[in-house]
Design a protein around this ligand. Structure first.
Ligand code: IMP
Ligand code: MG
Length: 177
């Protein structure tokens, strides 16, 4: 067995639930009467997406994109590519991107640029967490869950080397982990 790095809870499952409720209420207000395509950025956003969509009361479609930027470590490589792209035509559609965390902003800026070139009628961003202290390119977040400190987070979809995605709380991976 490899040793288990320590993690401590930053946002509990109950705080996450209350925040997802709040975000869903904002989206239900703003997307009433529309039929957007929600774009889940794999892998980290899968749990947030699943919890969010079941609270939404407007008609919607779901797509998944997969980007790579990180490798197995804790730092963004800045080299991003689309590994799995959209299946549906998006020209003239309302798009809402669902992200787990905005860190340097490089990943989401790349994706938003990629989507904008396909001429959607609107392009929104909903992010569960934002780590503004590490931003390298400006990002406008339309719907934000939590602002987080400059610490490496795991759980609720977020991983460290593919581990910890299944933790129900958002946790800080302690130094040495
Ligand atoms: P960015 O390109 O630096 O904004 O990185 C965005 C991506 O890096 C996120 O979608 C995550 O997959 C990953 N990431 C950034 N910070 C963390 C963290 O604290 N924990 C886990 N993954 C992170
Ligand atoms: Mg991600």
């Amino acid at each position: 067995m490899d040793s288990q790095p320590e993690s401590r809870i930053l946002f509990s499952r109950h705080e996450i639930e209350a925040t997802v409720d709040r975000l869903a209420a904002e989206l239900n207000r703003d997307y009433h009467g529309k039929r957007p395509i929600l774009i889940c950025v794999l892998k980290g956003s899968f749990m947030f997406m699943a919890d969010l969509v079941r609270r939404l009361d407007f008609p919607l479609e779901i797509e998944f994109v997969r980007l790579t930027s990180y490798g197995g470590g804790k730092e963004s490589s800045g080299r991003i590519k689309v590994v799995h792209s959209l299946q549906a035509p998006i020209k003239g559609r309302d798009l809402l991107v669902i992200e787990d965390i905005i860190d340097t902003g490089l990943t989401i800026s790349f994706l938003l640029g990629y989507l904008r070139r396909k001429k959607p009628s609107s392009l929104g961003l909903c992010a569960l967490t934002d780590k503004p202290s590490r931003r390298r390119v400006p990002v406008n977040i339309d719907y934000l869950g939590f602002t987080v400190p400059d610490r490496f987070l795991v759980g609720y979809g977020l991983d460290w080397g593919e581990r910890y995605r299944n933790l129900p709380d958002i946790c800080v991976l302690e130094e040495g982990g």
